[in-house]
Design a protein around this ligand. Structure first.
Ligand SMILES: *Cc1c(COP(=O)(O)O)cnc(C)c1O
Length: 351
């Protein structure tokens, strides 16, 4: 048995997945109880009367090309949130297995673990070192119950990218014992590139990417897991039969055309320079205690009076995120980088 099968839940390794209607273009479809014509008002490319192709080949191909991995190493679904849930359901037995998280971090790892009944071990990031990983403590926490370690780089809500050498070291040390799941939802905004390029050398590395942030498709719900083909094959058994809707596929394929990708990169540059401008302006506002450096499209900002800052922003018609419930962030708010006009309004409101 391979180490992946040994690590996964035995029920999933043995599971025979649902057999959806076969996908054979060129033949008339009388096997899926679909309507033979489009509904009036259906202006999609392929027609919404048909079930979509599961894991659409053209979408998987486009994502594989975008991220520089073979198609067999890509699973697409309803955002990276769905990939987090699938990973935990495939690898963690309720009441037996654990995940490790490094707070303050993205909340879905913990939520999905609780839904599945998996345990959660926390190894806090080191705020005194700019929210760096505590590598020795993390490795110590990885006992036999731990199946998945979730790291987020750049991290939400702190904004910093994690040190590449540390991440690679942790993955190497966990070889065949646990998966290192690296969430790169914001990597397009970071000067440190994606660690996807380590996949061929690190078979226990799994990388989460999404079209929700830099690509501007949060409403379409499309994210991907990039991992070794055996891990992808296991998750394919568990993902709902038609997880990626036809509308999502069409929106994603449009957005992955060269012209749109060039526009995406220009947008990332605009957000990055607006991030610097916003940070400089916030630095001059009285009551702003600290602005953390950011590799993402948001800033983590500590205030002397965060409650007042939240209220003043709201009075100016701006929602910002209260992250004070997270360990170590008792005065911090997370502010997304928006347009220059929104930045000005925020600064006015806080002054
Ligand atoms: C926004 C976000 C996601 C969610 O991405 P979807 O693809 O929209 O589900 C995942 N991870 C982190 C850290 C995020 O901030």
């Amino acid at each position: 048995m391979s180490w992946v099968s040994a690590l996964a839940r035995p029920e999933i390794v043995q599971l025979k997945s649902y057999e959806h209607a076969t996908w054979e273009i060129g033949l008339d479809r009388l096997h899926a109880n679909e309507l033979p014509w489009r509904a009036t008002g259906d202006d999609s490319v392929e027609g919404l009367n048909r079930y979509p192709e599961p894991q659409p080949r053209n979408l998987i191909g486009a994502l594989a090309q975008l991220y520089g991995v073979p198609p067999a190493c890509v699973l697409a679904g309803r955002g990276s949130d769905e990939m987090i849930d699938l990973l935990i359901r495939v690898f963690c037995r309720s009441g037996h297995d654990d995940i490790v998280i490094c707070p303050p971090t993205f909340g879905m790892y913990g939520v999905s673990a609780r839904i599945q009944g998996a345990g959660i071990a926390s190894v806090p990031l080191l705020s005194a070192q700019g929210f760096a990983l505590n590598v020795p403590a993390l490795l110590d926490a990885c006992g036999p119950r731990v199946k998945l370690v979730f790291l987020c780089s750049p991290n939400n809500p702190t904004g910093n990218a994690l040190d590449e050498t540390s991440v690679v070291h942790i993955a190497s040390r966990l070889q065949e014992r646990a998966l290192l799941v690296l969430d790169e939802a914001y990597v397009e905004f970071s000067s440190q590139g994606s660690l996807v390029r380590h996949l061929p050398r690190l078979p226990n590395l799994a990388v989460l990417r999404t079209l929700s942030k830099a690509h501007g498709l949060a409403g379409a719900r499309c994210g991907a897991l990039l991992a070794n083909a055996e891990i992808i094959a296991l998750l394919r058994k568990v993902i709902p039969p038609y997880a990626v809707s036809q509308l999502t596929t069409e929106a994603a394929l449009r957005q992955l055309q060269p012209a749109q990708l060039a526009a995406m990169r220009a947008g990332v540059d605009m957000i990055s320079s607006e991030r610097s401008r916003m940070s400089a302006l916030l630095g001059k506002v009285e009551g702003v205690h600290r602005i953390w450096p950011s590799d993402a499209n948001f800033l983590l900002v500590e205030f002397q009076d965060a409650t007042r800052a939240l209220r003043r922003a709201r009075e100016a018609g701006l929602l910002i995120r209260d992250v004070r419930a997270q360990p170590g962030l008792d005065r911090a708010l997370r502010i997304s980088v928006g347009t220059p006009e929104q930045t000005s309004r925020l600064i006015e409101a806080l002054r």
